[in-house]
Design a protein around this ligand. Structure first.
Ligand code: ASP
Length: 304
């Protein structure tokens, strides 16, 4: 028995308002990512391999805000953040502000498995990834015309404009494998026009990403600053372990708290039982689920 749940960001997507080409590209991307994760899990593979496979595919897909197609910084570069966590021994690896490693999620995994550290940043993280033999690319590989257009639009609104309205974003995957082990992965370019080396919740273990075989694997998307303050992904697990909440209650409760603190977004999660759940406080969230029960769901809007 296995379950896979993925997201491609939460935001203001509304039926009839979302560009048809963008909607099709995202649905195709979610389906392809599910296929990649399913191939691992259906063959008896482990949850960490599955969430990494999903994240790599979505990082390569320019439709999502991770790897190629990431949002641009204030200076017009791409700086990627990613994290991966294994629920069995609560091992974790993360990277922040990477500029030249094609698949940040694989760098995060290398941090987890091939270094004594949990979080590496900037040039050092890219240097480590290079030493680990991971693909290096020029920063312009990550930059798409659409993200450039979004940066110009935001900057012309005023230098202090903050991209809290994340229309299509960050990617994440959570899985429980046939052995009952959990894993979570999250990867992002962060917020458009970010500056001063701003880092969001995605690469922070316990904020945007967490996995604990005793509770759940969680990946978040939304206004990172608030998810950090709420320790959102860990808080979901804490509510399950200490308050006896089920997965859905824990997700809904934490997102309500995040909203009270001034942030919107979404989270996906799986439990060791194979249960999958999601919740979001934005109009939509790119999300998809599949499992050994043969059911497959791909959705974007709030009413799906
Ligand atoms: N949470 C991400 C960040 O704040 C952005 C997103 O989810 O789209 O960096």
């Amino acid at each position: 028995m296995w379950t896979l749940m993925i997201h491609g960001g939460a935001g203001s997507m509304r039926r009839g308002k979302l560009d048809a080409g963008m909607e099709a590209a995202c649905r195709d991307g979610l389906n392809a990512a599910l296929d990649a994760g399913e191939a691992v899990l259906a063959a008896g593979g482990n949850a960490v391999d599955a969430v990494e496979a999903v994240a790599r595919l979505m990082e390569d897909d320019p439709a999502f805000n991770a790897g190629r197609g990431s949002t641009l910084t204030h200076e017009g570069h791409v700086e990627c953040d990613a994290a991966i966590m294994s629920g069995a021994e609560r091992r974790a690896g993360a990277v922040a502000g990477m500029r030249s490693t094609r698949n940040p999620i694989s760098a995060a995994r290398a941090v987890m498995e091939d270094s004594p550290h949990v979080l590496m940043s900037k040039d050092g993280a890219d240097e480590f990834a290079r030493e680990m033999g991971l693909d290096q690319v020029p920063n312009k590989y990550f930059i798409t015309e659409e993200r450039h257009r979004q940066l110009v639009e935001l900057l012309t609104k005023g230098a202090d404009a903050f991209d809290a309205d994340i229309k299509y974003g960050t990617i994440g995957a959570v899985a429980v494998d046939a052995q009952g082990h959990l894993a979570a992965a999250t990867s992002t370019g962060g917020l458009t026009a970010k500056r001063w080396g701003r880092i969001g919740d995605s690469p922070l273990i316990g904020a945007g990403t967490y996995a604990d075989d005793r509770a759940a694997a969680v990946s978040a998307t939304g206004l990172g600053e608030v998810f950090i303050r709420a320790a959102a992904a860990h808080e979901v697990c804490a509510r399950m372990r200490y308050a006896g909440m089920n997965l859905q209650q824990a997700l809904d409760g934490v997102l309500a708290e995040v909203q009270e603190m001034g942030g919107t977004g979404g989270m996906i999660a799986v439990a060791p039982s194979g249960e999958a759940a999601w919740s979001f406080t934005t109009p939509g969230m790119y999300r998809a689920r599949s499992g050994s029960d043969g059911e497959r769901m791909v959705a974007i809007f709030g009413d799906e």
